[in-house]
Design a protein around this ligand. Structure first.
Ligand SMILES: Nc1nc2c(c(=O)[nH]1)N[C@H]1C(S)=C(S)[C@@H](COP(=O)(O)OP(=O)(O)OC[C@H]3O[C@@H](n4cnc5c(N)ncnc54)[C@H](O)[C@@H]3O)O[C@H]1N2
Ligand code: MOO
Length: 419
């Protein structure tokens, strides 16, 4: 059975997983802790912005009608009745022949309908009881009107958006001290295999250090989840299943690495025929990571990635990140691929689509996708350089430099310029 199961395409497998996932519930966080979180609801403006008519300049609030004869040679002289600083309320309504000295951000006095900047008046550096206006003003000129940017009640940020510095400026301006966000998915992390030793342990023959758990913890945190690390799974099926069943009660998803192929000690693989699990997929038409498996245990998802670090990384990007995005209420980023020109020919034949790690670069202003040739599934030295997955379609020919390829961007591109 384990050797004959039908393969799903990457798209079919991802859909099968996403179909089983729902967005988690919401929680309230203080605005100080909200950076990077996902909004659970639309945010509405609680007042107009600006909240009052204000001056965008340091200058004089005037009545435009008073300035119709003003010229540089013959300025119109107005009596200065008051000075208004930002934060103060003007008390003297402006009458004909008068002006109010006004600072940037200060409230407009009643009766004024324009602001002239200091630089367009006589003796701009001087504080005097009379101001000489050197040009004609239009009614409404240089006034930021109440609500001109944002009207009270309008939606200023949408559910599902990630809170960034700009969102925080909006929340602060509208007086939100707390905000409802989607709870972060708790992701249990497991690895399998008695060859694995801890980072601090010495290497003895046959052993390697467990690098996947540390790598996956970072990827989970980066994707908005909370990694919860569990001990390496025992390599007997009954023991492993018991542990998995206990761990999954404490988290929203389990992600494991290793033990999914057809080896004698592949405990996750042995679970796929278990009547207590609902198998979503097992073996995918892709390279690397074809043994990637997913199943539901106690109704919650287990995503079993390949043990090979390169395949584990690619499997995370293609399946775990979208799954976390779905649970975390975010848009599914891998559904949006872009097209770029392949920078270097990739001619390795492959019966399945190949997801090459790579990076985005520019040459003469054009976008290039540069594959990483150190792409054996067991290699890990260049995982740190990956910012995208370049899709090479199945078939014997691969793709030539300059051909358009599909690219799934998973990290902020560095846009290095190729020379
Ligand atoms: N007869 C077959 N053998 C294999 C097949 C196959 O189809 N038929 N598929 C190969 C492919 S493709 C892959 S990928 C691997 C997947 O193996 P598993 O996911 O079961 O992983 P393991 O066998 O446990 O380990 C593979 C490799 O990765 C190392 N590893 C495991 N865990 C970690 C970790 N946490 N940190 C660092 N490195 C880890 C492990 O020592 C192995 O070297 O199977 C092929 N075989
Ligand atoms: O997933 Mo295995 O990498 O496909 O080598």
């Amino acid at each position: 059975m384990r050797f004959s199961r039908q393969m799903k395409t990457v798209e079919e497998a991802l859909q099968a997983l996403l179909d089983k996932l729902t967005t988690l519930d919401e929680e309230q966080v203080q605005i100080k802790e909200a950076y990077g979180r996902i909004l659970a609801h639309d945010i509405v403006a609680t007042c107009d912005m600006p909240p009052f008519d204000r001056s965008p300049l340091d200058g004089f609030a005037v009545r435009a009608a008073d300035t119709v004869h003003a010229t540089v040679e013959q300025p119109v002289r107005l009596r200065v009745v008051e000075t208004v600083a930002a934060g103060k309320v003007p008390i003297i309504p402006l009458e004909a022949g008068c002006a109010t000295r006004i600072m940037t951000g200060a409230m407009m006095p009643a009766g004024a309908d324009a602001v002239i900047m200091f630089e367009q008046t006589e003796n701009p550096g001087e504080i005097s009881e009379v101001v000489g206006v050197k040009r004609v003003m239009r009614a409404g000129e240089n006034i930021s009107r109440r609500g001109e940017e944002i009207a009270m009640g309008s939606v200023v940020a949408k559910a599902g958006e990630r809170i960034n510095a700009g969102t925080l400026a909006i929340l602060a301006t509208f007086g939100y001290t707390q905000v409802s966000v989607i709870r972060k998915p708790r992701v249990g992390l497991l690895s399998t295999g008695i060859e694995l030793v801890g980072i601090e342990e010495p290497l003895t023959p046959g052993k390697i250090r467990n690098s996947n758990t540390t790598m996956l913890s970072a990827l989970i945190a980066e994707a908005g989840g909370i990694p919860v690390q569990y001990p390496v799974l025992p390599d007997d099926l009954a023991g492993a299943k018991e542990k998995l069943t206990a761990y999954i009660q404490e988290v929203d998803m389990l992600v494991s690495s290793g033990g999914v192929s057809v080896g004698d000690y592949d405990v996750i693989a042995s679970l796929v025929d278990d009547p207590d699990v609902e198998l979503l997929f097992n073996r995918i038409a892709m390279r690397p990571g074809s043994p990637t498996t997913s199943l539901l245990l106690s109704g919650k998802p287990v995503l079993a990635l390949s043990g090979n670090p390169g395949a584990c990384f690619v499997g995370f990007e293609l399946f775990a990140r979208p799954a976390l995005q779905r649970q975390g209420g975010q848009p599914i980023v891998s559904h949006r691929s872009i097209k770029a020109k392949l920078g270097i020919s990739y001619e390795k034949p492959c019966p399945y689509p190949r997801y090459l790690r790579g990076r985005l670069a520019t040459k003469d202003g054009l976008l290039l996708a540069q594959p990483d040739f150190n792409d054996k599934a067991g290699n890990l030295g260049t995982l740190k350089n990956s910012e995208c997955l370049i899709v090479i379609p199945a078939g014997g020919k691969g793709k030539q430099a300059g051909e358009l390829v599909e690219v799934i961007v998973h990290a902020a591109p560095s846009w290095r310029e190729e020379v």
